[in-house]
Design a protein around this ligand. Structure first.
Ligand SMILES: [Zn+2]
Length: 227
């Protein structure tokens, strides 16, 4: 499996899950027990099938790249980089013994996911989610971000939110720190977990996607597979 072993930078997929081939029954066979339980826990069937389509889609796309079968792509978790707990660490992907860093983001009906040989964070939101980001404003953003949002409008709130999510995902800590304490305006972000580089990789009316990697890997080639 030379493709994944020789990976030198992140690969990012932006996927419309409505195009995921197959059925829920087929997809279920590829998921872990934990994922199947999660899918079964959704109250609404459309959310359950979206979840299945996302988690099956990850396997389909990575398997196609690696030249393996979808059921040979396993999603699991690394320990939390801050406290060592295995309950809330960043996700990881294992394909025939090769472990990669992995990040996954969902914005129904879309998802974005990234694999890399180093920590990586990706986030996607739909462009029409601006109003949601606007409502989050005061709790979600730093004073400097709020100034930028006032200057540039609601889409800036969405753009900054997506960058912030990518950042905390790469750090592997989620929002252990309040979102309003994390400023995502600058591309370079230094914090106790290291120094990180955030960039917008898809910017548009329909979708906004951001990617975050360790600063020392910021020059690594990024491959974006978008619809
Ligand atoms: Zn922790």
């Amino acid at each position: 499996m030379p493709v994944l072993q020789s990976l030198d930078g992140p690969i990012v997929w932006v996927v419309d899950t409505r195009n995921t081939p197959g059925s829920c029954e087929e997809w279920d066979a590829w998921l872990t027990e934990r994922e199947r339980n999660r899918a079964a826990s959704f109250k609404f069937e459309r959310l359950a099938s979206f979840y299945r389509a996302v988690h099956a889609g990850v396997r389909l796309h990575v398997a196609a790249l690696a030249g393996v079968q979808p059921n040979q792509v396993a999603i699991d978790q690394l320990p939390c980089p801050r406290c060592g707990s295995v309950r809330h660490g960043p996700p990881s992907l294992v394909v025939e013994g090769t472990r990669l860093h992995f990040s996954l983001s969902k914005a129904q009906p879309y998802c974005a996911f990234a694999i890399a040989p180093f920590p990586v964070g990706v986030d996607v939101e739909r462009g029409d989610a601006s109003s949601i980001a606007g409502e989050l404003a005061s709790d979600a953003f730093t004073a400097r971000e709020l100034d930028a949002i006032r200057a540039h409008g609601p889409h800036e709130a969405l753009r900054l939110w997506v960058r912030k999510e990518a950042l905390v995902k790469a750090r592997g800590i989620g929002f252990a720190d309040a979102p309003s304490k994390i400023c995502a305006i600058d591309d370079v972000h230094a914090c106790e977990d290291g120094t990180w580089h955030v960039r917008d990789i898809v910017q548009g009316e329909a979708l906004q996607v951001a990617l975050c990697v360790p600063l020392e890997r910021a020059e690594a080639p990024v491959c974006v597979k978008a619809p």
